[in-house]
Design a protein around this ligand. Sequence first.
Ligand code: GDP
Ligand code: MG
Length: 372
Amino acid sequence: TKPLSMSDFAKEVNKPITEIIKYYFSQGMMLNQNTTLSDEQMGELALHFGFDFKKEQNLTKENIFEQFQTPDKPEDLKVRPPVVTIMGHVDHGKTTLLDSMHNSNVVSGEAGGITQAIGAYQVTSKSGKKITFIDTPGHEAFTEMRSRGANVTDIVILIVAADDGVMPQTEEAIDHAKQAGVPIIVFVNKMDKPGADPERVKTELMRHGILAEDFGGDVPFIYGSAKQKQGLEELQETILLIAELKDYKSNPNKFASGVVLEAHLDKSKGPVASVLVQHGTLNLRDVVIAGTTHGTIKDMENEVGKKQKTAIPSQPVLIIGLNEVPHAGDKFLVMNDEKVARSIAEAQLHQFVERERSNKQIFTLDSIKTHI
Ligand code: GDP
Ligand code: MG
């Protein structure tokens, strides 16, 4: 293996060296540009930065760094569905909205409560275009994913109940969306209720910097009822309009990479992870690494439990075959070499454990006190 210094590596993979130094700094390590990187470190960086590997070539421990892909050529990029997250205060109707859109989309009898398990699904709009919705288990998970560099969402739908107005978690959601720098669409829900006061919602949101078009801003406001299925089509068309303007694209012709949305241990299937493919195409039998876990994909299902052989960008799928349960927000990456995948997963695990330990021993306030 050709040892690479950090600066050579940065050149090789076309990343600013400061990004790499910053990454290690965030891991509690002070490395400089002359540090020689091991295969494991290079693999770890690949996972962190979401580098994809060239599909034509076989990955080996010897050529791992040569596999870091140069940026996609414009002609390789294909339009992908927008990935949307619904956020808002508890009881303002997130789940109802998701269910209403899903149910009106799924052929009856097809859905079997699996949406809960996968945490995401695709809806086909009236115009035939797809939208991927992610059901964030909570704002905390969203923040966690973002703090770990996993920007999964293209658009945030801010749902506000018309009879309740802006509440603490609405404010949190606004902060998250602003920090993520993604477009916001406001869905004013529960318009069917007698106490609905959409003007109040609009005014309250204005105070938080969310300006409706008729208030001189550019945030689309949709008024409807998740329960009565009102405004859903308009919501979908608005999402697709933004998607068209933003022109979300990705290269489907390479090894897949993306992010883990949810994962759990199934008694009979073992670790089950729902993942969102962000780049490339995921195939059955692919060797993947996800955070500190790894494995060969033995089975893949879509959100309605249908077996899949492949998954393309913006597609959420359940995968089976990982050796352990990964964490929500972990990045995954396909590497077609089991040994490399295992060694990187183990190196990451080792670092994770070290970090946990050192955090506890050195960096907590209590431990500092006991050391004084
Ligand atoms: P979540 O906590 O944001 O996921 O909110 P839910 O979707 O669980 O909704 C909370 C409650 O509000 C449930 O009882 C829903 O049936 C009700 N609800 C949701 N949307 C509407 C709506 O448009 N109109 C009315 N009247 N009730 C709604
Ligand atoms: Mg809910």
